[in-house]
Design a protein around this ligand. Structure first.
Ligand code: C2E
Ligand code: CA
Ligand code: CA
Length: 768
């Protein structure tokens, strides 16, 4: 049995195709009863298709579709009546009963669209409301100027005609608004919705063109062509109901954000521009201005659009926040990740007087075994449980982070002493021995904990983490599995193997970098030279200061390669700056073993040659102590270096025991007064006296004097009064990477003359 089942079984494609063909044929038919019958049948087919679709696709809320079916039926009835007036009764009254039915269908469609939108976005209230309003008011303005106002103002027409005449465009604007609201809440990625939109669009277009026929004669004479628009509307509506995606259209949509697509943004822009465009057009055409209503409506669209943009900005802000949080979070545990932990550590230690805080590293042992035997999922669950337990154990202000797979970090400000740190480490270890209850099983894990107290045990983040690592590796070797950091650990065999193993590779791979700190001529404020200070950009510990690894390099016999690396880098930079017009001397630090290296002089000579530099571009710094280790040999080597033309200076002067008289025997020409005297000299008379007498004596003995550790302008001015020649310190410039040097030199030389009250310097500095 086939019966009405045919329509149910007909695929939406079949209906669409047949519908389009029949519609086209219908439009082509000569005006008359036959054409009217075909026309009405298409309308009826649409009703049938909507009902069939609603049954076949079983939407959760069929209600809207029954409204659509009722509306389409009402239109089809109106079509029948209209045809009857035109071709049977041969009277064409306006308005007629047909208009009553035509207009009655609009509220039905509107109600259907409204219900559909409700079902779709059950809980999203005002989503897209202002966008809908902007577009609707924009279209409303057009309708007002071109259709509603002219019809209404045609005062020769009877009132009832005018009322019906404006009712159509008003109803169209209403439908348009409903459709916009629906697409806003339903999302455009639904075929049934696109078909519904196409249907409403076709009808609105046909309606509008039809209505403008009252003012444009060509349209009036070709009205029969417009029938295709209305027929298309029927066919698309039926197709929409038959399309399988129609059932999704009445399911609540997951909450979506308020992103503005390019298309919508463009549509909003167009809608906002309509008001001004209308006024402009009317001005140019010399027509009377619809100023009042258009200005009000245009202002409303602008306000609404601004509100929309404002909400979008807020959304962007909140998403940026969210991204920021995600970037700082470990996705398995939801804890802070390593990056953020290190940031916090740097923040903590970056201030003048850091808050005393405990730093603990907790290592879950045999984690890879856990991973291999129990699988990733359970390993993740264990890690999460460990995180939770650490959170419970530590103080409220503590920060717990997952540093890597099996390593956790804790920053706990309630820990203020080494004993407390040790106790906390113990407590963590014991707490994690208690089984962790997971959904499938209960496990206990063994951990090692390394602890230390900041800032005392780790004044910089990199160093602090490194030392916590040292404590952790000591902890692993102990039966109690915990260890508090102690300096002695570094002298032993813990740090050295830890770092030395990597240092050779770091020199080869370029992880060792050279920073440069300016040395300033006090009289003029001019930067004369730079001290090369080595750093290790360590992949895990961050930027390491030389104190951490230079002693280790010395122990391991790596100080030779390290010095050559720094010397080479510094001279290469020196040559490069020279090319750029920056004439600066570089100073390189030598350690005891460098001085004992029989090939030192050759190495220095060939490095200078490599970059085509004269020896006077280079200064070498040695400490008093290093020259004393083997005085005879030192005097020989230093003599050879002086012969070469290299400037030699005594570093950290004042911390050793040598007298100036002894130093005079060495072929050195500069003294660098240790920063401990210089930083203290503004507050401590004894230090000031030492600095002053050193400067005076040095002048007599023809040493050039550099004051290290000049941290502020007051110290600089005081040194000038003491007739010290050169200054170096944070107050003038911190050690910086090579690429920042030209800018730093420029800044210093712009600032200092004012401080010193001397003439402005002019140096042909490279731009940028
Ligand atoms: P140093 O030769 O006495 O270098 C000066 C140190 O004082 C630098 O520390 C610098 O950052 C710091 N400093 C500079 N101005 C101020 C200031 O105004 N106030 C304070 N508080 N400090 C200031 P850095 O770079 O950490 O170097 C530490 C030491 O490491 C150096 O002391 C030097 O003995 C050694 N070193 C650095 N680079 C090398 C190298 O390439 N080879 C060798 N053998 N030793 C190096
Ligand atoms: Ca130095
Ligand atoms: Ca020094």
């Amino acid at each position: 049995m086939k019966r009405g089942g045919d329509v149910v079984m007909a695929t939406w494609r079949g209906y669409l195709l047949v519908g389009l063909v029949v519609s086209a044929v219908c439009v082509a038919l000569p005006l008359g009863v036959g054409r009217d019958v075909v026309y009405c049948l298409i309308g009826v087919s649409s009703v049938a298709a909507i009902l069939a679709g609603a049954r076949r696709n079983r939407p959760a809320h069929p209600g809207p579709w029954y409204f659509f079916a009722a509306a389409t039926a009402t239109w089809a009835l109106a079509d029948g009546l209209y045809g009857w007036y035109q071709h049977v009764a041969l009277v064409a009254p306006f308005p007629s009963m047909a208009d009553v039915f035509y207009l009655a269908a609009y509220p039905l469609v509107a109600a259907g669209l409204l219900l559909l939108g409700r079902a779709r976005s059950a809980d999203q209230g005002h989503t897209g409301l202002d966008e809908t309003a902007v577009l609707t008011v924009g279209l409303g303005m057009l309708a007002w100027v071109f259709l509603i106002a002219p019809t209404w103002n045609a005062s020769e027409e009877p009132l009832i005609n005018r009322l019906v005449g404006v009712a159509y465009p008003l109803a169209d604007v209403l439908l348009f608004g409903m459709l916009m609201a629906l697409t806003n809440s339903a999302g455009a990625r639904n075929t049934a919705l696109l078909l519904v939109a196409g249907s409403v669009g076709a009808m609105l277009a046909a309606d509008s063109v039809f209505a403008s026929g009252a003012f444009v004669p060509v349209i009036a004479t070709h009205r029969y062509l417009l029938d295709f628009g209305w027929l298309l509307s029927y066919v698309l509506w039926g197709t929409a109901a038959l399309h399988p995606s129609m059932s999704q259209l009445s399911e609540p949509r997951p909450p979506h954000n308020l992103r503005l697509s390019t298309v919508r943004l463009a549509a909003l822009g167009v809608a906002v521009a309509i008001g001004p465009a209308i006024l402009g057009g009317e001005l140019i055409a010399g027509r009377p201005l619809d100023a009042g209503p258009v200005i009000i409506a245009a202002s409303a669209t602008i306000v609404l659009a601004l509100n929309r943009v404002h909400r979008m900005m807020r959304l962007l802000e909140s998403q940026t926040d969210r991204l920021g949080r995600l970037a700082n979070t470990d996705y398995v545990t939801g804890l802070t990740n390593r990056r953020h932990f290190v940031d916090r550590l740097e923040q903590l230690l970056g201030v003048a007087h850091p808050q005393v805080t405990g730093l603990l590293l907790v290592d879950v042992e045999r984690f890879s075994e856990i991973n291999d035997t129990l699988g990733h999922r359970i390993a993740d669950a264990i890690v999460r449980a460990v995180g939770v337990r650490l959170g419970e154990l530590t103080g409220e202000d503590a920060l717990v982070a997952r540093m890597s797979n099996n390593l956790f970090g804790v920053l706990d400000p309630s820990i203020t002493t080494g004993e407390e740190a040790g106790r906390a480490a113990m407590a963590i270890r014991q707490a994690l021995e208690r089984p962790l209850e997971l959904p499938e099983l209960s496990v206990s894990v063994e951990v090692s904990v390394g602890a230390l107290v900041l800032p005392e045990d780790g004044p910089q983040a990199g160093l602090a983490l490194l030392r916590a690592d040292v404590a952790l590796s000591v902890a692993r070797t102990r039966s109690g599995r915990t260890a508090g950091y102690g300096v002695e650990m570094e002298c032993g065999d813990t740090l050295a193997p830890l770092l030395i193993g990597e240092l050779r590779g770091a020199i080869a791979s370029g992880d060792i970098v050279v920073y440069y700190q300016p040395q300033v001529e006090i009289r003029t404020g001019r930067v004369l030279g730079l001290e090369a200070l080595v750093r290790w950009q360590h992949p895990r510990h961050g930027l390491l200061e030389p104190e951490v690894f230079v002693p280790a390099a010395e122990q391991a016999g790596l100080i030779g390669p390290l010095m050559e690396y720094v010397l080479d880098g510094a001279l290469r930079q020196c040559a490069r700056w020279r090319l750029e017009g920056l004439d600066l001397r570089v100073a390189v630090n030598l350690s005891v073993r460098n001085l004992l290296d029989p090939e030192l002089v050759d190495k220095v000579r060939s490095a200078l040659q490599r970059y085509g530099l004269q020896a006077c571009s280079l200064e070498l710094e040695i400490t008093e102590g290093s020259a004393m280790v083997n005085p005879r040999r030192s005097i020989q080597v230093l003599g050879a270096l002086t012969q070469l033309g290299v400037t030699l200076s005594i570093d950290d002067y004042g911390t050793g025991y040598s007298s100036l008289a002894y130093l005079q025997k060495l072929p050195v020409s500069r003294l660098k007064i240790d920063r401990s005297f210089v930083t203290a000299m503004m507050l401590d008379d004894a230090s000031a006296a030492i600095v002053q007498s050193t400067i005076e004596l040095a002048r007599v003995l023809r040493f050039d004097v550099v004051a290290e550790g000049v941290e502020d302008d007051a110290t600089l001015l005081r040194l000038r009064d003491m007739r010290c020649s050169t200054a170096q310190g944070f107050g003038l410039g911190h050690p910086v990477a090579a690429k920042l040097v030209p800018e730093m030199v420029r800044t210093i030389e712009q600032r200092l003359p004012e401080v010193l009250g001397t003439a402005r310097l002019s140096r042909a500095l490279p731009a940028g």
